[in-house]
Design a protein around this ligand. Structure first.
Ligand code: ZN
Length: 553
């Protein structure tokens, strides 16, 4: 009876207030652009290896749109990076929230002086700055940056976040007064049925599942414990939209059974995204989906209002009605109805069993795991690296390559691969790198004749040598004081660069997507003859040096 009242109470809240607007400020913020705001990516969209932490706002494929401070505050952090957020700015506001603006192109003089000063002070392009609160204060609506395409951005746009200042957790900006036109309901395409089988999970890393036929709504299964997963995306104004869905519910015989609300999350846990989705289906087919159950050791905390963990039991000959409901932040919703019938004789048995392998080693979720693969190779996982206990394969494949677990099992924390180099290899120990099977190089620290690299994916790794210098190709040499170069590296990748005019360090920016470094001669360099030196280093410290004369008119 109490459970019934509790559920009735929940559905009352649900009907009156689907989203918890009142927890977040509604009046404090304006949009980060004047004029039209078109949002092309939303909060907690499913991205590779992470939830999207904010909104992506269109800039009409151009750089240079004026970015505005959404409220009064002070610039508390500036990050200049070649990857990730690129050039990013953080403003701390009085109401307990911080706004974040990323992939920026440039800054107005009121801010740029501070950034340039620090580039020259630290003699580096990449840096992270934390200005004092009274140094760079801004007013609501003040122009704080030009939008761009820096860092991991795949095209010009503004990445925008609102975070709780104290916890640094991003919250859905659409719950904080930032508005978007969203008139379409989400879509639910494939639905998956999972069977709870801990043996299969131990050996395969996942519960077995099948894709339900989209054309039928009734399925016969053998009696057992089951749950669902689904491909769900939100559309805002057109069918091609691929936005995140933040509210998912499952009703069992018309009672709320499972409820997932994604309104904020902890960046420190973002890696656990791979445990929220079905990582095996992602690795096999690129599909990122929502599991509709709370998987073991998933601590995202999206389920505070969920009456159950999402698993249900099907007995022989019973029919259970399920309704999956997906909603966007404005309450546009889509429903999908499914009937599951228990049928001991003719029901489907769901299994993806790959078979018992004696070579597999047991890795425990709540312990450290140190695994000796061969005389030379050892792997070390920190405690809580795995979300459950797994049996994983570890094998020496050839003299320099190793199988390290099942690449369809996610790992929460970086782990160490340590390889003892043979006496011949030891002579060039610091030039060796540990690479993933796709060629990505992780370098490693060479110490006590061992090369140890930190990596974060299971799979096959190999040891290889990098003694080849990066290459430099001059594109623009002092055209109106402008320099640009194409720089490339064959293996371990570009680490950094330095540019000098007469031994004075000069800032060049690096845009890895175009392999381009570029910049201008500072005005203070006098006319006359100068010597220019460009040094480009790869991650194994192979250096390419270019020295040339420069005549400044
Ligand atoms: Zn983004």
């Amino acid at each position: 009876m109490r459970l019934f009242l509790f559920i009735a109470y929940l559905s009352l809240i649900f009907n009156v207030q689907a989203q918890n607007w009142n927890q977040f400020p509604q009046q404090d913020f304006i949009a980060p652009f004047a004029g039209k705001i078109e949002i092309i990516g939303t909060f907690c969209e499913l991205r590779p290896n992470h939830f999207h932490g904010g909104l992506d706002i269109r800039t009409d494929a151009k750089i240079g749109r004026h970015v505005l401070a959404i409220a009064d505050g002070y610039i508390s952090r500036i990050n200049i990076s070649t990857t990730g957020y690129g050039k990013a700015l953080y403003i701390t506001h009085k109401n307990g929230y911080t706004s974040v603006y990323a992939h920026l192109h440039d800054f107005p003089p009121s801010i740029k002086w501070y950034i340039t000063k620090n580039h020259y002070l630290l003699k580096t392009f990449e840096m992270e700055l934390y200005p004092e609160p009274d140094l760079l204060q801004v007013k609501q609506g003040e122009m704080i940056a030009y939008s761009g395409n820096t860092g991991g951005s795949q095209g010009p746009h503004l990445h925008f976040e609102i975070r709780e200042t104290k916890t640094e957790q991003p919250v859905n900006p659409l719950l904080c007064g930032i508005k978007m036109k969203d008139v379409l309901a989400p879509t639910i395409s494939n639905v998956y049925l999972y069977r709870k089988d801990s043996t299969e999970k131990l050996y395969n890393g996942h519960y077995p599942s099948i894709t339900l036929n989209a054309k039928t709504t009734t399925y016969n299964v053998k009696p057992g414990t089951y749950s669902f997963g689904a491909n769900i995306r939100d559309m805002a104004i057109s069918a091609g939209d691929n936005n995140g869905v933040n509210y998912i519910e499952v009703y069992k015989n018309n009672e709320l059974f499972y409820k997932c609300e994604i309104e904020k999350f902890d960046f420190a846990k973002n890696r656990m995204f791979n445990h929220y989705i079905d990582y095996r289906r992602y690795k096999q087919g690129g599909v990122k989906m929502h599991k509709l159950f709370i998987d073991e050791n998933n601590t995202f905390g999206f389920w505070n209002a969920s009456p159950h963990d999402g698993w249900f039991t099907i007995h022989d000959t019973t029919t259970t009605h399920f309704k999956i409901v997906a909603k966007d932040v404005y309450g546009n919703k889509r429903e999908k109805n499914i009937h599951i019938i228990g049928n001991a004789a003719k029901g489907t048995f769901i299994s993806n069993y790959i078979g018992y392998n004696r070579q597999m080693k047991l890795c425990l979720a709540n312990e450290e795991n140190r695994i000796q693969i061969s005389n030379e190779c050892e792997v070390f996982f920190l405690r809580n690296s795995f979300y459950s206990d797994y049996k994983l394969p570890f094998n020496k494949l050839s003299s320099n390559s190793f199988q390290i677990g099942n690449d369809q099992v996610p790992v929460d924390k970086k782990f160490d691969i340590s390889i003892l180099l043979n006496p011949e290899q030891q002579k060039l120990g610091h030039k060796y790198t540990i690479c993933y099977s796709n060629g990505k190089s992780f370098g490693g620290e060479f110490k006590n004749n061992r090369l140890t690299a930190k990596v974060k994916e299971l799979g096959n790794y190999y040891l290889t040598l990098d003694t080849i210098k990066p290459s430099i190709q001059t594109i623009s040499w002092n055209k109106n004081g402008y320099f640009s170069f194409i720089i490339r590296d064959n293996l371990s990748g570009i680490k950094n660069h330095d540019f000098y005019i007469d031994d004075e360090w000069v800032l060049l920016e690096y845009e890895y997507k175009n392999n381009l470094i570029f910049g201008k001669v500072p005005n203070k360099i006098p006319s006359g003859k100068h010597i220019v030196k460009l040094i480009v280093r790869d991650n194994r410290n192979n250096e390419k040096i270019l020295i040339q004369n420069l005549q400044i008119p």
